[in-house]
Design a protein around this ligand. Structure first.
Ligand code: NAG
Ligand code: NAG
Ligand code: NAG
Ligand code: NAG
Ligand code: NAG
Ligand code: NAG
Ligand code: NAG
Ligand code: NAG
Ligand code: NAG
Length: 339
């Protein structure tokens, strides 16, 4: 499987083509960037998937020529593109989180979130969607307690808000922390910790079974979503059962459980990375095989979503590398999707 991708990705772009940023926005250079690297682009730019446009071998514009015989360029067709006008939907689609883990992208952004480290109470404020944070003290984390958020659009008062924090939603193991039934006051800022003491609300969490390989620094991909319902969620047992059954799989929780059906699609959301010396997942020094709960969803969606495969081969390779460490691969009808 892993090899199949490695072989097919370069083949697919095996002709000179013009690289273009999403929406044809400006870029700093045509040199490939690594989307997994720590902030690889200048301020105002993000390492985004560039589309290889057409099969133009007669192009006279040599500055936009993409030399496909150079493997490093072919395999990582991400370049540093302007992020100035990105929509929340673009952040979710380009990172691969949507449509695989979050089928319907949020309507608006969370402008900032504060999450707290549950072991030593250290807090970080994340005020950039798509950001990548490494707290100066790497002996912090894991960050699991959502303390406060600022909304791009304040949800209407008189309803109920549900906050879902997902960690590594495209990987196994993954984790979900669900804070639900928070009354909406119609304010642009919401302090969950403050409300915790004053209103009846719910909380449930699940950390996926399985382990990650021991590392000095763990990169956790966070996705935070806010949902709104007119009435509170009433069955706490059902919520726990649904979370448990999802084993931390966000796609499964949103698409295949009663609770997912009740909260429907997210109103607001953000995503970012945090690099810390601690992780919420079980750490192992060797490859551990676990029984995946629902890997078919993410792996197969990857297969059929050929656009995502073409534009983010390196990202897919990284996921597959982690999958293959932890479980047996389900075969993927890739050749069909690409023919
Ligand atoms: C993309 O932008 C470049 C430079 O601004 C321009 O020359 C080109 O025509 C644009 N392409 C499309 C398809 O809009
Ligand atoms: C691109 O064009 C070249 C020559 O025009 C052709 O040999 C090649 O097969 C084409 N590649 C694709 C992927 O269409
Ligand atoms: C593309 O790469 C090939 C082989 O590395 C090289 O011979 C050729 O000159 C390159 N073309 C451009 C436009 O850089
Ligand atoms: C964002 O879009 C506006 C309107 O189309 C444009 O004027 C502005 O230059 C864009 N900003 C960036 C950073 O691309
Ligand atoms: C949220 O509320 C708690 C408890 O009132 C307070 O300690 C904390 O500073 C508040 N956080 C923010 C970001 O306002
Ligand atoms: C709550 O959910 C549990 C688990 O699905 C179910 O057994 C129970 O009947 C539900 N309770 C109510 C009041 O619907
Ligand atoms: C969910 O799983 C946890 C840990 O495995 C267990 O303690 C809890 O009882 C389970 N909850 C439900 C509702 O099944
Ligand atoms: C993993 O750690 C255990 C206990 O610390 C040790 O016995 C074992 O040899 C280690 N395995 C590898 C592959 O390093
Ligand atoms: C976690 O996975 C291991 C190994 O597959 C299994 O033995 C164990 O029962 C699982 N634990 C839970 C809570 O599912």
């Amino acid at each position: 499987m892993f090899l199949l991708f490695a072989v097919l990705c370069p083949l697919f772009l095996s002709a000179k083509a013009i690289l273009q940023c999403p929406d044809n926005v400006t870029y700093t250079s045509l040199h490939a960037c690594d989307p997994e690297a720590f902030n690889p682009c200048a301020d105002g730019y993000l390492c985004r998937p560039a589309v290889a446009y057409g099969n133009d071998t007669t192009s006279t514009d040599s500055t936009t020529e993409f030399n496909s015989t150079d493997d490093s360029l072919v395999l990582t067709s991400h370049i540093c593109c302007s992020s100035g006008n990105m929509s929340v939907s673009q952040y979710f689609m380009e990172s691969g989180v949507s449509p695989v883990a979050v089928p319907v992208t949020p309507v608006g952004m969370l402008e900032s979130v504060i999450i707290r480290d549950s072991t030593n109470n250290f807090a970080i404020a994340v005020d950039t969607i798509g950001g990548d944070f490494e707290p100066s003290d790497s002996n912090t984390g894991p960050f699991t307690t959502l303390e406060a958020v600022a909304f791009q659009y304040a949800p209407a008062a008189g309803s109920y808000l549900h906050f879902l924090v997902a960690v590594d939603p495209l990987l196994i193991p993954s984790a979900l922390y669900f804070h639900y039934n928070y009354p909406s006051f119609g304010n642009p800022v919401y302090n969950l910790t403050d409300v915790n003491d004053r209103y009846q609300r719910g909380y449930a969490a699940v950390i996926g079974n399985g382990s990650v390989l021991e590392e000095d620094l763990y990169t956790s991909n966070y996705v935070i979503l806010v949902f709104r319902t007119l009435t509170p969620l009433r069955n706490a047992t059902q919520i726990s059962v649904d979370l448990n059954q999802s084993s931390g799989d966000l796609a499964n929780f949103l698409s295949a459980t009663n609770t997912g059906g009740e909260i429907e699609s997210p109103l607001l959301g953000t995503l970012f990375k945090v690099r810390t010396g601690a992780t919420m997942f079980t750490v192992s020094n060797e490859t551990v095989t676990t029984t995946p709960h629902n890997n078919a969803i993410s792996v197969n969606a990857g297969c059929y979503s050929s656009l995502v495969i073409i534009i983010s081969c390196s990202f897919v390779l990284k996921i597959l590398a982690r999958f293959s460490k932890n479980m047996e691969m389900k075969s993927c009808p890739l050749t069909g999707a690409l023919s």
